[in-house]
Design a protein around this ligand. Structure first.
Ligand SMILES: Nc1ncnc2c1ncn2[C@@H]1O[C@H](COP(=O)(O)OP(=O)(O)O)[C@@H](O)[C@H]1O
Ligand SMILES: [Mg+2]
Length: 268
């Protein structure tokens, strides 16, 4: 399963990406988590301690060459995975698009890195146990640059207020233009029925599916302040439980849809 996580800044993309990566890794998947934010911070949510963050290898700019069918990697995917990523807990691997993060203004754009990540996602494994998760930045860069082209699923994280929902709707539209197979909303930081109803109403109006609902849970902030993964805080978190349930359901649905497609293929 290859998925991208999009949404407005602060909606919870990184919290959800990192937690999903960990729970899927724990459940036997081989997970590649890609931090696509130009200001990367997925490592902490994944549970990689702050002192190891500088060990994240820089993704070189010369990993692509022009091939017969467009850009291709100059190394195999597995070579890139083993030499340019960092092992995280629970069978996860972290790859950071912009490391070290650009520190000076006017030092150029990250276009080539977007192209590299796009090609890497295309080349990443698609066996049933493989999961690739792209945590995107708040701007629609990953969509307008087509970085998410080879993902089959996009989760658009929304908070239950209008600007967040509206940003989610716009991003879902761009993802649709890219031809991403399944685009869904995930409502995050939901405090009560009334907020959930507001999300559902917006989704119905715009014919969007709400695939998951994650409650507001202060443990997410507490984990962040402690520099830990929400999953590593222990003693239970309703948000982590909801993310786990969503991740497992999405994998099951993705397998069912792949089997369905294979079945259809065989019938023709
Ligand atoms: N379900 C939740 N309940 C409460 N706080 C949350 C929840 N999900 C995320 N947060 C908090 O919201 C803030 C933004 O989350 P983050 O994942 O960094 O968002 P993004 O990657 O979209 O910018 C963080 O402080 C995080 O701890
Ligand atoms: Mg983020």
């Amino acid at each position: 399963m290859k998925l991208a996580i999009a949404g407005k800044g602060g909606s919870g993309k990184t919290s959800i990406s990192g937690t999903m990566a960990r729970v899927l890794g724990r459940n036997g998947h081989r997970v590649l988590a890609i931090d696509g934010d130009s200001n990367p911070n997925l490592a902490l949510t994944l549970g990689i301690p702050a002192e190891r963050i500088n060990d994240v290898p820089t993704l070189p700019r010369d990993l692509l060459r022009r091939g017969a069918n467009g850009p291709e990697l100059t190394k195999t995917f597995e070579e890139v995975r083993s030499s340019h990523s960092l092992e995280g807990p629970d069978n996860t691997t972290l790859l950071v698009m912009a490391h070290p993060a650009p520190e000076e203004a006017g030092t150029g754009c990250l276009c080539s890195m977007h192209a590299t990540v796009r090609t890497l996602i295309g080349a990443s494994g698609d066996e049933p146990q493989d999961v690739t998760i792209l945590d995107t930045e708040a701007s629609p860069e990953h969509l307008t640059r087509g970085t998410t082209l080879y993902t089959e699923l996009m989760l658009t994280v929304v908070e239950p207020y209008f600007k967040s929902l509206e940003t989610g709707r716009r991003m879902a539209g761009l993802a649709g233009d890219l031809g991403i197979e399944r685009i869904v909303l995930v409502a995050n930081k939901v405090r009560d029925e009334r907020e959930l109803e507001a999300v559902r109403e917006f989704a119905d109006k715009h014919e969007l599916e709400v695939a998951g609902v994650i409650p507001f849970d202060d443990r997410m902030r507490v984990a962040e302040q402690a520099g830990r993964a929400p999953l590593d805080l222990g003693d239970g978190s309703p948000a982590v439980d909801a993310i786990e349930e969503l991740a497992m359901r999405l994998v099951t649905e993705s397998k069912a849809s792949a089997n369905g497609a294979a079945g259809n293929g065989a019938a023709h």
